[in-house]
Ligand binder design. Sequence first.
Ligand code: SAH
Ligand code: SF4
Ligand code: F3S
Length: 486
Amino acid sequence: MSQPLLTLDFLDTPTLPTPAVDAATHAHEPSGQVRVQAATRTGKSRKLYIESYGCQMNFSDSEIVSSILFEQGFDTTDQLDGADLVLLNTCSIREKAEQTVRMRLSQINSHKKRNPGLLVGVLGCMAERLKSKFLEEEKLVDLVVGPDAYRDLPQLIQQVDGGQKAVNVLLSREETYADITPVRLNSNGITAFISIMRGCDNMCSFCVVPFTRGRERSRDAHSIVQEARDLVAAGYKEVTLLGQNVDSYKWASEDGTESVNFAQLLERVALISPLLRVRFSTSHPKDITDEVLHTMARYDNICKYIHLPAQSGNSRVLALMNRTYDRPWYEERVRAIRRIMGEDCAISTDMIAGFCSETEEEHQDTLSLIDFVQYDMGYNFFYSERPGTLAARKLEDDIPLEVKKRRLQEVIDRQQLHARARYARMVGRVHQVLVEGRSKRSEEQLSGRNSQNQVVIFPRGTAQKGDYVNVLVTSTTGAALIGEIV
Ligand code: SAH
Ligand code: SF4
Ligand code: F3S
């Protein structure tokens, strides 16, 4: 039952190593992962190669970008060789995320030297953070486009075709791309993500997202429900509603006759079909309401899993982080989850180790919060100062790197202890599993997830991708459940 050990130079990996099998559908995939868009071949004249870094919002945006460019005569390709346009959809969340992109850009630049006609563009959060400075720093980049300016891509590409460089990093208060149907290129045909809002108004002191993604805005509820309906009609069985802070979703019709909060949106999507599973991410501890928890409890098809990032277990540090809740508040929200949905509802977190001025005692509070909640999963990081944020301007980044890394490893170890126990308590029980496909370990095994988002692996029998099956779990690897269909 040994767990692959995380080494310290691979810190952007989730604490519970996602099993090597079929785990590509996490809602809050951490930075450090890269995904290449799959190929579509419809005979269009130009080829787009797009790589995405960072969170699921970026992966979803790449599907919108592909859709916009498809209309402009671009097929996508999964090969850099032969591409006419290369786009990197980038992340700025930690310094390491930006370094990864820079390294990739230098490889692409040497490819460009051999292929002079190739156009190279940078999208996403790093484009937004660095703006036209990017063109000075990276001479071979032709195009810099921020997250709210993708509709302008056709015009910007024309400009580049005409021999100029092109930049649009304007942020918007309205843009939600509500009317654009994403091209689902990397899809397993079973699970999909729906972006329900953009931006963030929270100003956590460590975080660059409010600067790179702009103000929070919620997408038209009808367009969300319609997108989910279309997915069901196309055979999809699970949707994940995405936003930086889904609990503050709020949409009102222009004539003011209709207003929808997150709990109501969740219910509308759950009502589309009892065979459609509904997930969501991310929940902010200050905003998650009992109404949302009761809605989850009421519908079997709303999955019993909440990603509820704590960031720290100490109230003074939380105040410095500008998270606007304290430890007692967070603990109360966890008790509410347990009260309303019982012990089985899975909870995961993000933690930051070694934030400005964090003492050893305060770090111990993070460990004791992990013990209190007994998280099923955790995405843990050490603090990385980001230029322009409140913390960078007002607080000293004074914890030495070795101390940050040691504290992070302690957070990881403590969290894994509980994750293993949470897996172990599932053994001996029957779980409803949505089959997502073949297990990568063996042709004869299928892989899917239970409501709690745990991976379940079992002999295929007659089951097919997209089926719901009941699996009796007989053992666990600590990162996946093993069982058989009953
Ligand atoms: N909206 C989500 C977080 C999105 S960013 C939320 O509020 O929970 C994903 C995670 O990256 C954060 O939860 C945080 O743990 C981590 N993170 C953000 N900025 C960071 C920084 N400067 N250094 C280290 N980790 C950071
Ligand atoms: Fe960043 Fe905080 Fe917004 Fe999350 S809620 S995206 S951590 S500012
Ligand atoms: Fe990264 Fe931007 Fe997402 S900074 S985590 S890609 S919102």
